[in-house]
Design a binder for this molecule. Structure first.
Ligand code: HDE
Length: 756
């Protein structure tokens, strides 16, 4: 009997021969018939895009709605074609001089296919290269109408948005859970043009002047000689920079706090960082800082968990966002503003509003909600949308203007400049994801990748050939008019205001506002990162910086580095702490939280199915973990396992429920048939991966619950039943109820620090 693979290959070869012919056909004869290659499925028409995933509507230069490129759906039509639309009969064999002969240069399909592939990659973003995004909608509350005339802030106005989250330092393929700042960039497709709010999850920045941006990024990126470490701040050049530029102290402190390792993009705050100027219909101005407040609360990973996850699931945040949206657990944020009078000095209670290394504590200027963001659709194509989206702080709409913050001023130049290289010319605004939903009528012409077919002969204004149009708008017809703010007079200097010199009061404010748990995390982060540095002088300089923030912080980090704690070089100030900066101490919704359920099917599945359903009903995600995949259990009592002991790791779960004490599986020690010493197998005879899962989850402050045989597994892992955050009870239902309460507070920190 003939090998089926060889038979298929023969058939394909025959098809090619038929199609190519022998070369001896009589000219003018019909030639070989079109081959009838068997298709694995019937040819079918394109799947329509989901309505909520369509790209923005497109307009011609004169404002006419056009059909393209909505129909650019992959595999549109019945037949595979070349880029020019010629139908193809074979895309798996290059055109050869005989089946064993050399490939012919005339094979256009081969050259077109490979040439296009050769150019599939574009340069990654110079910063924020690693990201994930989603579509959504923004709904204005109307509460900002008194301070801004922006139409999208109006009551119940709905505006489509696209949001891209990112890390800053790593390259496109780097891990999600590294310690870093996160980007939080939102494109509002408003009726008055695109407004981009290009923010971060940290409200301050490393530097006060854009001219230092290349320096801080060169220092944070991998070392230029070996290109290591990837996506890390724990290395000499980063710490060299931030200790030499003490204005970076505040942002660095946030990075070393739990904010540097978010649990999920869905659980991060976002900040516009700079102060912006809003203007209302009467022309009155207000200075504001933008805030995004997540409905799910602000939560973080713990450092060991973040490191393990970087290996176990480098796509952790990307997956989390996409899974939540797909499951209908749409993440939401409220947009809010802190408002300040637009005074000549642009100071608020002694805080310089133009200094991007300073916050204004919420206790001094509360965040006032102005609208709601809901992310409700995943991108259809990562490259077309997430990769090609181009944000710009200069994309503004009437009602929102910039200030003189020197960091913001530099950004106003940088984004378009970098995008011209990254997206290959000046026409990337025509890409579906970047296209405004407002009618466009510009006089920008030609250039690489021009896709508009502009008509007319007079792309200049005024003209007497194309009817003299277009007209210029005024304030009453929706023109974007810059606020005629006064420019402070003075000399031309390379300098900054004296108020930019205070680099330590606010890092101290942050430190003083933290709970004991959060402070402990900050100390550990500094100690970890500085212990990764090779240069002694850098560690010593870092301690000098810490001495100017807080003696206790400095002493603890110094102890971890094995170095003496230096004295401060300046008198410490005593700012009022801001409780709003702490992440802990509240309860939050549980939507989309992941619950692992450890089972030992041979001991029965008491309560597993019920508890699984209860987790689902509570809007969370249950993942059953068993020795094997598929249907586990016997008789009527079976359940589907989503994870096995080999594929599960504690870091995937927000809480773990234990329904049994499984014996070591055959694959528990790496090799299926390995003979394992009794001592290694563990005294209790429980699968070591389950024990690892439980001890890790315990160490990471996660809620644990057990019933039936599960209590024995906890005990074998050395976890006492009554320990904080550990629940044991007879019924699965009771256990879940208590675990939910624990989870609403995110972690059981009192396991380690009783004061919390
Ligand atoms: Fe950016 N930043 N940035 N940045 N930034 C870029 O633009 C830049 C800064 C932020 O998902 C680049 O298209 C300068 C602060 C986000 O596509 C580049 C300075 C904040 C993103 C650039 C800053 C940000 C970027 C790289 C100092 C928070 C990702 C690719 C003056 C308020 C946007 C690109 C996305 C991306 C320049 C500082 C946020 C090079 C010169 C402060 C979220 O143009």
């Amino acid at each position: 009997k003939k090998n089926p693979v060889a038979a298929t290959a023969d058939k394909v070869a025959e098809t090619v021969r038929n199609a190519m012919g022998t070369g001896n056909e009589i000219p003018g004869s019909p030639g070989p018939q079109a081959p009838s290659v068997e298709e694995p499925t019937e040819p079918r028409g394109p799947l329509p895009p989901k309505p909520d995933q369509r790209g923005p509507d497109t307009y011609s230069p004169t404002g006419q709605k056009t059909g393209a490129p909505q129909d650019k759906v992959a595999q549109a039509g019945e037949y595979l074609t070349t880029a020019q639309g010629a139908r193809l009969y074979d895309t798996d064999h290059s055109l050869k001089a005989g089946p064993r002969g050399p490939v012919l240069l005339q094979d256009h399909h081969l050259r077109e296919k490979i040439t296009h592939f050769d150019h599939e990659r574009i340069p990654e973003r110079v910063v924020h290269a690693r990201g994930a995004a989603a579509h959504g909608v923004f709904q204005g509350y109307g509460t900002a109408e008194g301070i801004s005339k922006a139409a999208f802030l109006g009551k119940d106005v709905e505006t489509p948005v696209f949001v891209r989250f990112s890390t800053v330092l790593g390259s496109r393929g780097s891990a999600d859970t590294v310690r870093d700042t996160r980007g939080f960039a939102t494109k509002f497709y408003t009726s008055e043009g695109v407004f981009d709010l290009v923010g971060n999850n940290i409200p301050v920045f490393f530097i006060q002047d854009a001219i230092k941006f290349p320096d801080v990024i060169h220092a944070g990126k991998p070392h230029p000689d070996r290109e290591i470490p990837q996506a890390q701040s724990a290395h000499d050049t980063f710490w060299d920079f931030v200790t030499l530029h003490t204005e970076a102290t505040h942002h660095t402190m946030w990075n070393m706090s739990d904010r540097g390792i978010p649990r999920s993009y869905r659980m991060m705050e976002g900040f516009g960082v700079h102060t912006f100027r809003l203007v209302n219909a009467e022309g009155a101005t207000t200075l504001v800082k933008f805030h995004w407040k997540p409905k799910l609360g602000v939560h973080s990973l713990v450092w060991e968990e973040a490191q393990i996850t970087a290996g176990m699931d480098p796509d952790f945040h990307r997956r989390d966002l996409a899974d939540a949206i797909e499951a209908g657990a749409y993440p939401q944020w409220e947009l809010g503003v802190q408002t300040f009078p637009d005074t000549d000095d642009q100071m608020f209670q002694g805080i310089d509003l133009l200094d991007p290394t300073k916050i204004v504590p919420e206790e001094l200027a509360p965040v006032q909600p102005v609208g709601l963001l809901t992310l409700n659709a995943n991108p259809s194509n990562f490259f077309a949308e997430t990769e090609q989206v181009a944000f710009h702080v200069g994309h503004l709409v009437p009602g929102i203007d910039v200030t003189n913050d020197p960091l913001l001023q530099g950004r106003l130049f940088s984004y378009l400049d970098t995008q011209i290289t990254r997206l290959g010319g000046p026409n990337f605004g025509q890409l579906p994801i970047n296209r405004t939903h407002a009618p466009v009528n510009d006089m920008l012409r030609d250039g690489m990748h021009q896709t508009a077919v502009h008509r007319g002969v007079a792309p200049y204004r005024p003209n007497s050939l194309d009817g003299g149009c277009p007209f210029l708008a005024g304030a009453d017809t929706g023109a974007y008019i810059e606020v005629p703010a006064d420019v402070p007079a003075g000399r031309k200097v390379r300098d900054a205001a004296a108020s930019f010199d205070d680099h330590f009061t606010q890092p101290r404010l942050f430190w003083l506002s933290m709970t004991p748990t959060e402070r402990e995390h900050i100390v550990s982060a500094y100690t970890f990162e500085l212990n990764k540095c090779y240069e002694q002088a850098i560690k010593e300089r870092a301690l000098l910086v810490l001495a100017n923030i807080d003696a206790d912080l400095c002493a603890q980090v110094a102890a971890g580095l094995g170095l003496p704690a230096p004295e401060p070089t300046a008198a410490l100030t005593d700012p009022q702490p801001s409780p709003a900066l702490s992440q802990l101490g509240d309860s939050w919704p549980l939507d989309g939280r992941i619950i692992g359920i450890v089972t030992a099917p041979d001991q029965g599945l008491d309560g597993v199915r019920e508890v699984r359903q209860a987790v689902l009903d509570a809007g969370m995600v249950p993942l059953v973990i068993a020795p094997t995949g598929g249907e586990v259990g016997t008789g009527d009592e079976t359940v589907t396992a989503q994870r096995t002991f080999a594929t599960a790791r504690s870091t995937e779960f927000d809480a773990i429920l234990v329904a049994g004490a499984p014996a070591p599986g055959a694959d528990a020690y790496g090799a299926r048939d390995a003979k394992v010493d009794d001592a290694v197998a563990g005294a209790a005879g429980i699968d070591p991966r389950v024990l690892l899962m439980l001890t890790e989850a315990y160490r990471h402050g996660k809620a644990l619950g057990a019933w039936a045989g599960g209590a024995a597994a906890l005990e074998a892992a050395g976890i006492a039943g009554g320990a904080p955050g550990v629940v044991t009870a007879d019924s699965a239902g009771t256990v879940l109820e208590q675990v939910r309460e624990l989870l609403a507070r995110h972690r059981a920190w009192n396991r380690f620090i009783p004061a919390v």
